[in-house]
Design a protein. Sequence first.
Length: 400
Amino acid sequence: MKQGREWLRLCVFPPPAVPEIHFLCIFCSEKPGQRPGLEPDSCSIPAGGVMIIQRVVLNSRPGINGVPSAENFRTEEATLPDKMSEGQVKVRTLYLSVDPYMRCRMNEDSGSDYILPWKLSEVASGGGIGIVEESKEACFSIGDFVTSFNWPWQTKAILDGKQIEKINPQLVDGHLSYFLGAAGLTGLTALLGIREKGHVTHGANQTMVVSGAAGACGSLAGQIGLLEGCSRVVGICGTNEKCSVLVSEMGFDAAINYKEEDVVQRLHVLCPDGVDVYFDNVGGDISDKVICQMNPNSHIILCGQISQYNKDVPYPPPLPPAIEEIRKARNITRERFLVLNYMHKYPASTVQLCQWIKEQKLKVRETIVKGLENIGAAFQSMMSGGNIGKQIVHVSDISK
């Protein structure tokens, strides 16, 4: 993938299983080198050579059918050793990403063969960006900006240099956090989902509907649908403010507030020629209503099912029998989309996303919460639709 062009690799993406990261023991009020209930020097962290940090661990599980809350996470002190091994890099965290897929990681079984569940009382992880403070890996120098899909939720960390990638802020006009969203895995999911499963063709007069349209992926998908050739894009979201943003800022032709409007009636009005492409982020009742409006030989891009993540159902959830009959009768495709299957297309696709961002053809919205201690609340808000665009947690300033 590198092909001698390291700058193309702007983000690191998940391997088949989340790799083990070296997280460190916690000391209550004991002196370095001693843990409660253990003899002095029995701890693996040497006395006098530690750094106190903050980290967030999974405090409890919400249950398979439960609604996650901020209390499912706990902020605590931990330590980093003063010494590093060859190939390791010490980083300070700048930004962390919270995403809907993380709800599955809160269960004992994630239901996925490529993402592992978080363990109780162990540090959580996800997409992150930081700055190198010390390096024993030749590829990285102090001051480099780096990213990883498996970034621990802590203020500082020692990471394996093989699990991080350099990023170039100039490619996104200095907006480093974009590498967690529009210029990262979220943007790639929107772009490759449309290109690989949407069958969008310039000049074909296609209408696209996007559910969860004001979220991180949906807000990009609608814009990309227009850039790729759709003649009309309609978004579905949950507030009038979000509807306004989609139309006035993101270029959607129209938006439906599903909490206040009759979705079926509005789809008839706003999509008079039916729906040709449906970018599905939510599943459930909303998706059933959209499918009923879809044309023969149309396509569903099965990106996410956030309305179903708090339920014990398989993924993707089966459609109700009556809706499945409609899908089959109209030959509507509904195939699971997994962006990991298209890693060979990441470099060129990321360059395309960055170009659109710099040209202001792709507008980016973020909802930013400050403070690592607030990441649980940010996750809870995102899962209940409190964000517009990408939900980001700002942990520290670049120039700290």
